[in-house]
Structures are given as C-alpha cells and as structure tokens.
Design a protein around this ligand. Structure first.
Ligand code: NAD
Ligand code: 022
Ligand code: ZN
Length: 375
C-alpha cells in the first residue's frame, strides 16, 4: 500500500515527506495506522549523522500512537481496531531477560531491530523499489507502519493519540526512572539535572512518589517555571551560583541532624558526561543513587574517583525508564486519564507531517519541550 512518510534519505539532510510503499503484516506482525508521533532527541541524533549505528535511508520516529488496522497470521494479543502505542523496547515475556524479572531489555528481536529490519530480516518499507530501514522497531514518521506483535502496548480507546504518543518514550522514561529504576520513597530528596522533555517527567514522577525536596538544575532560566509547574521545589542555574555546583547542591540538602548532605536520588537528563559526574557526586554518602537517563555522544566516557562508590554511592542507568512496555504503558495511560500525571502542557508544538522538519528546528533552538505531528 501507499503511505505518507517523512524519509531520512541521508545523514544531515532534512526529512523528505513523500509517498512510500508498505507491505502488509507477516506472521506475528501488526499493521498500525499512526495517528500522532512525538519527535524525540534520538531521532535528531540519528538524523544528524552523530549516531554511529544510524542507517539510511530510513523512516525514523519512535514515539507514536495509533490503531491496529490488520494483523498477520498467529497474532493473538491485539486485533483490528485496538488502540496501541509502539514499543522500541519490546516485551516478549519469554526471553531470558523478560523471564529474569531483573531487566526490561527484552532480547527477542534485538539484533534485527538494531539492523533496521523486521524479525524475519526484511523491511516492509520501500521507495520506488529501494528498501527503506525501519527505526528502533517503530518508524512512526509514517501514517502506517508494521510492528512485531510484542512491540505494541494495547491502550484504552478514550485516550487522545496526540497526547499519549508521548508515553511511547519521554513520559515513560522520566516517570519510570523514578518508580522502576530508583524506586524513590516518600520523603526523599532528589536532584534532576536537565529540565527538558525527560527531566520534567522525572520531576512529576518524583512528586507522584512523594519526594519532599525536588531540586532542578538547568542552564536555561526559562526552565525554572517549567519545573515548578510539575512539582520542583528548588531551582539552581549552575552559571549563577558563583562557585562549584556539587558543594552548593550538597549544602542545599543538609538538614538539622544530617550535616553530611547529598541527595537520596539524582537523575541525569542531559546526556552530558560532566553532568553525570556531578550527579553522582551530589548523592548522599552511604546510600545515594544516581540514575543516568541521558544518552551521551558516541564514544564519550564517564569518570569519578572510586572513593565515591566505595563510600556507598550507586551509579545506575535506565532504558525506557525500566518499563515493561506491554504491561506498564497501559497503566501510565490510565494515570494520565485519571489526572495523576500531566502531559498536555509539555506538548508545546503540534504540526502536520509536511512541517515535521520544523520540530527539529524548535528542538535545536531549545524552544520546544515536545513537538507532536498529528497525521
Ligand atoms: P532536552 O533538550 O529537552 O532537555 C535537556 C535539558 O538539559 C535542557 O533544558 C538543557 O538546557 C539542559 N542542560 C543541558 N546541558 C546542561 C548542563 N550542563 N547542566 C544543566 N542542564 C543542562 O532533552 P530531553 O528530551 O529531555 O532528553 C534528555 C536526554 O535523555 C537526551 O540525552 C535523550 O537522548 C535522553 N533519553 C534517554 C532515554 C533512555 O531511555 N535512557 C529515553 C529518552 C531520552
Ligand atoms: C529514546 N532513547 C533516547 C531518546 N529516546 C533511547 C536510546 C537508547 C536506549 C534507550 C532509549 C537504549 C538503552 C540501551 C539500549 N538502547 C540497548 C538495548 C539492548 O541492547 O537491548 C537501545 C534501544 C533500542 C535501539 C538502540 C539502543 C534501537 O532500536 N536501535 C532500546
Ligand atoms: Zn525518545
């Protein structure tokens, strides 16, 4: 069939909005009509050419929501008409990783997903007979896409596509990092580095978890108001404190009885390795945990003195907020529909598919929290 898509022809070039061909779903696959998609940093990272694993030509996009319109042989968990969110981290419930209960990083289709093809090793997308790569197993920058059954989460039908698409990456990553990865408890003190599309969701996750002190750190003063809107209690701009950031933050977290100071939990939502070190070192001695969410540039390395770890600080990372997509994503949609979490104000820009390149311009300018294409 013919579908409308934004094609990443080559690294560093704008997306080309055109008609491409999509083959129907094979065994274990579903055809989904994408109704809305967010534009996330990793799409930009790949399009720019900075991602060494980026494949071209490809249909990017991994933050979508839509409706199942056809299913291939053997599909049992979803049917035509079901509303779904594509999952770049699938959940097969059968591989050693899923069965371990210790990680959300399902390995069932990992190799083919990374190679930009469906689990049978072929692509469903083509342009004038030339193969197009799938992206992160999702390819949501098209009004129809084919996905493995294990890579869709079935959601309630009253949820608006143009909002819940954000649960496909940013919302789940931020809230999940707090709840699944850090397991933050009521009364905790936390620091969030970077108040963008991920950090603001960490902030609202911390409020949901009952944290007492939520310090936001950002170089952009415009992000102070944003943080406060979702539960941030204190704001620090590293450029404006006239001294080192880590001791400043540690001081802020000191309370009467505890003059050691440091946060119970810190989160890097910048992808900057210097910030990652600051986030670890701003943790409380003996128990503080620092969670890396940001994706650093290719080849980057993190450093600290081993003493930081020997004295009980814990360094962790998280992918997709540690969420098991088919199980956890429908619950997060419920939280949104029940008013427990907010999404609408973070979607600062919407546009039709032909204007998708504007979303990348807004991201570069730091003007948007999230842009969403509505098909
Ligand atoms: P964003 O650009 O919207 O936000 C980043 C924020 O960090 C901005 O407000 C910026 O001003 C601030 N910042 C930059 N440098 C800083 C510094 N040195 N100190 C303090 N603040 C600084 O980006 P985002 O959409 O929120 O994404 C953040 C990161 O999370 C990206 O690296 C993205 O790739 C990553 N991410 C990871 C996962 C995962 O599963 N691990 C999922 C989604 C996104
Ligand atoms: C999403 N991300 C950043 C912005 N939006 C993001 C990028 C990478 C990962 C998670 C989120 C990630 C962490 C660990 C892995 N990935 C490896 C997973 C594994 O090996 O099992 C990751 C994922 C997908 C892909 C590449 C890397 C891909 O499909 N190409 C989850
Ligand atoms: Zn993303």
């Amino acid at each position: 069939m013919d579908v409308r898509a934004a094609v990443a022809i080559a690294a560093g070039k704008p997306l080309e909005v055109t008609t491409v061909q999509l083959d129907g779903p094979k065994a274990g696959e579903v055809l989904v009509e994408i109704r809305a998609t967010g534009i996330c940093h990793t799409d930009e990272f790949t399009l720019s050419g900075a991602d060494p694993e980026g494949l071209f030509p490809a249909i990017l996009g991994h933050e979508g929501a839509g409706v199942v319109v056809d299913v291939g042989p053997g599909v049992t968990s979803v049917k035509e008409g079901d509303h779904v969110i594509p999952l770049y981290t699938p959940e097969c419930r059968q591989c050693p990783s899923c069965l371990s209960r210790k990680t959300n990083l399902c390995t069932a289709i990992r190799v083919t997903q990374g190679a930009g093809v469906m689990p049978d090793g072929t692509s469903r997308f083509s342009l004038n007979g030339q193969k197009l790569h799938h992206y992160m197993g999702c390819s949501t920058f098209a009004n129809f896409t084919v996905l493995p059954e294990i890579a869709v989460a079935k959601i309630r039908e009253d949820a608006p596509f143009d909002k819940v698409c954000y649960i496909g990456c940013g919302v789940t990553t931020g809230i999940g990092a707090v709840i699944n990865t850090a397991k933050v408890e009521p009364g905790a003190k936390a620091i969030v580095f970077g108040l963008g599309g991920i950090g603001l969701n960490v902030v609202q996750g911390l409020r949901l978890a009952g944290a007492d002190m939520i310090i936001g750190v950002d170089l952009n003063n415009a992000r102070k108001e944003w943080g406060e809107r979702f539960g941030m209690t204190h704001f620090v701009n590293p450029k404006e404190i006239g001294g080192d950031l880590v001791p400043h933050l540690v001081n802020m977290t000191k309370t009467g009885a505890d003059q050691i100071g440091g946060a119970d939990y810190t989160f890097d939502c910048t992808g900057n390795v210097t910030v990652m070190r600051q986030a670890l070192e701003a943790c409380h001695r003996g128990w503080g945990q620092s969670i890396i969410i940001g994706v650093a540039p290719a080849g980057a390395e993190v450093a600290t003195r081993p003493f930081q770890l020997v004295t009980g600080r814990v360094w962790k990372g998280t992918a997709f907020g540690g969420a098991r997509g088919r199980t956890d994503v429908p619950r997060i949609v419920d939280w949104y529909m029940d008013g427990k979490i907010q999404i609408d104000p973070m979607i600062t820009h919407t546009m039709p598919l032909p204007d998708i390149n504007k979303a990348f311009d807004l991201m570069h300018a730091g003007e948007s929290i999230r842009s969403v294409v509505i098909f």
